[in-house]
Write a protein that binds this ligand. Structure first.
Ligand code: NAP
Length: 307
């Protein structure tokens, strides 16, 4: 890339998402200077050892001072405190984006705390793995993955364009929708699957007649793919469920009804119903592969997993 998009950017929260952004920004020269903030001294030390940025601080305002763009990459429940912390350093030229997996709550927390709300362009890169921390990140995490922008009614159009360009330079395909619509869609495509995975792995762990060793030994029977989701960061996912409560409960209600219908079909030997349901869902997976959002490899192609 010839000219950096930004002179200086600040990344607040240097975990999987923050460190992946830092690596890509550095690799492709998207910004000249990367300032990194995190409340964890250990994470900052690890980031410095990995050479992820140019400056490291526990003070988000110090990182944000003079930055053209601040990217908040902390758990959703911390969005408000990050807005409070960076507010004194923001000017009418400082763009703000984030990576939170829930959007309406992030907007609600951040917007009233920002001196220039028109500069906020909330984002959710739909890309991740079950790993956390600075060393978990990698530069091509966002490659060919969606990044959903949820501009508010106050978002300035120029800010939206620049932040969209930033995410495109990171490798993302950008889509725009309202925060509320995002939260409904992600409740069914991401949040509910994680809840089911946490639950089934917990249930298997509790079943006394299935020994621990058998759970692991025969895990390729389907269980293994749930364990990947269920290994996801507990803090991040606690916040997702607490901050997207209504949409998740709605999706969970429908899921429970459909599950009850399957349970009934099994009980009464309704093979046609089971077969037609499973045929419909098989077509959905084919559609995901055709859309380039998963590989068709046996073993689910998850040596480097992207979720
Ligand atoms: P992560 O690896 O746990 O990193 C988050 C970092 O932020 C940690 O270093 C954490 O420190 C730090 N932090 C937490 N609260 C903070 C605060 N108040 N001030 C400063 N630093 C703080 O998490 P992640 O996976 O990168 O996720 C970050 C965000 O991206 C979340 O909102 C998540 O919903 C979203 N997201 C995640 C994925 C995924 O697959 N992981 C995908 C898309 C979007 P401590 O750990 O010491 O608290």
């Amino acid at each position: 890339m010839s000219e950096p998009l930004f002179d200086r950017i600040a990344i607040v929260g240097i975990g999987l998402l923050g460190s992946s952004i830092a690596r890509k920004v550095r690799a492709d020269g998207v910004a000249r200077h990367i300032a990194i903030a995190d409340h964890s001294e250990a994470a900052l030390a690890e980031a410095e050892e990995l050479g992820l940025g140019d400056g490291y601080t526990t003070d988000p305002a110090e990182a944000a001072a003079g930055a053209a763009l601040v990217v908040s990459c902390v758990p959703v429940g911390a969005a408000g405190s990050i807005a409070d912390a960076i507010a004194p350093a923001l000017t009418s030229d400082t763009l703000i984006t984030d990576t939170g997996s829930v959007k309406a709550s992030v907007v609600k927390q951040m917007l009233p705390r920002l001196p220039h709300p028109e500069c906020l362009v909330p984002a959710h890169p739909v890309a991740g793995t079950e790993n956390s921390g600075p060393s978990a990140g990698f530069a091509d995490l966002f490659e060919n993955r969606w990044c959903i922008l949820t501009p508010t009614e106050q978002t300035d159009l120029r800010a939206l364009d620049q932040v969209a360009e930033f995410w495109r330079l990171l490798g993302s395909d950008v889509e725009t929708m309202t925060a509320e619509h995002h939260d409904l869609v992600l409740a069914i495509t991401s949040h509910l699957p994680h809840l089911i995975a946490y639950n089934i792995v917990g249930t298997a762990d509790d079943l006394e007649e299935v020994t621990q060793s058998e759970v692991i030994k025969f895990s390729a029977g389907g269980f293994r793919d749930f364990t990947r989701l269920a290994a996801s960061d507990p803090t991040m996912w606690r916040d997702v469920f607490l901050h997207n409560r209504e949409a998740v409960l709605e999706a969970l209600g429908r899921f429970s009804e459909d599950l009850a219908a399957l349970q009934r079909a099994i009980r009464w030997g309704e093979g046609d119903m089971l077969h037609s349901t499973f045929s419909r869902t098989r077509a959905i997976r084919r559609g995901i592969i055709d859309a380039g959002q998963e590989t068709d490899a046996p073993d689910f192609g998850r040596r480097v997993s992207k979720g």
